[in-house]
Structure formats: structure tokens, C-alpha cells
Write a protein that binds this ligand. Sequence first.
Ligand code: ATP
Ligand code: MG
Length: 137
Amino acid sequence: MERTFLMVKPDGVQRGLIGEIVSRFEKKGFKLVNAKLMTVSRELAEKHYEELKDKPFFGELVDFITSSPVFAMIWEGDNVISTARTMMGKTNPADAAPGTIRADYAVSVGMNIIHGSDSPENAKREIDLWFNGETIV
Ligand code: ATP
Ligand code: MG
């Protein structure tokens, strides 16, 4: 069964959207297999976003993700990696289709509420990075 790493970013946590986001994935039929509210170190944020380290917004992205707690989750289900990306909507909320999480709850590309792994390789890498072999259901 496929698994993915999803994270409610600091803006989503501060705005009280954890429940709404968890609820969408639960209602879809995916299974939550681990979750934790945590503050992110710069080291973890830089590793997580290492593919973007040459982008001009990398510093701001790391500043943002480390600014206040995030809600890190592992979800399981058929095709969960790509379906979760569809449910999240495009990276820039202005381009996201109505009904997607980013379209419904965000306006800026920097503060776009949620992260989701974009491939099976990155899902495995991110689950290992964020949950480090911790016992999961
Ligand atoms: P995420 O990895 O957070 O799920 P994504 O896969 O849709 O988002 P990426 O290309 O991986 O998009 O970018 C990671 C994050 O970097 C985006 O979610 C966004 O917050 C930020 N970002 C991407 N492009 C820009 C940009 N042009 N300006 C500012 N921030 C950006
Ligand atoms: Mg990404």
C-alpha cells in the first residue's frame, strides 16, 4: 500500500486548519498512520527542501517553515501520493482549481498551507527524514 508525507505548514496550523485538512483526507478514504505537531530545525527544513536550495526563495522558505510549529503526517492508501497532490491543488493558490485545499484556504505561493510529497522516491525520503523509523500503525 502506498504512503506519502503530508505537512500542514505554519500558516495552516496558526489559522486552525489542521482539523479541516485531516478531515478531507479521512473523508476521501485515506488512512492516517502517524502524525505529530513539531517545531522544525533549520537543518531539517534545509534537508527537506534540498532540491530547491538554488532557488531565490530558498532562504525565505526555510525561514517560514521554521517560524512556528507544523503538523507532520504519514498517510496511506491507493495512489495516495498523486491523489493528495490533486487534493492540495497547484503550488500557487492563484492557479489552484476551486475545491482544492490551496484554492480554498490560501492566496500566496509562499504561504500555501500544505506540503505533499511529489513522487514515490520523495515520499520514502521524506517519511524517513521526518519520522526516522518511528513506530507507525
Ligand atoms: P511543497 O513541496 O511545499 O508541497 P510544491 O511541491 O507544490 O510545494 P515546490 O516547487 O516543491 O512546490 O516548492 C516548495 C515550496 O516553495 C512551495 O510550496 C512554495 O511555498 C514555495 N515556492 C515555490 N515557488 C515559489 C516562488 N516562486 N516564490 C516563493 N515561494 C515559492
Ligand atoms: Mg514540492
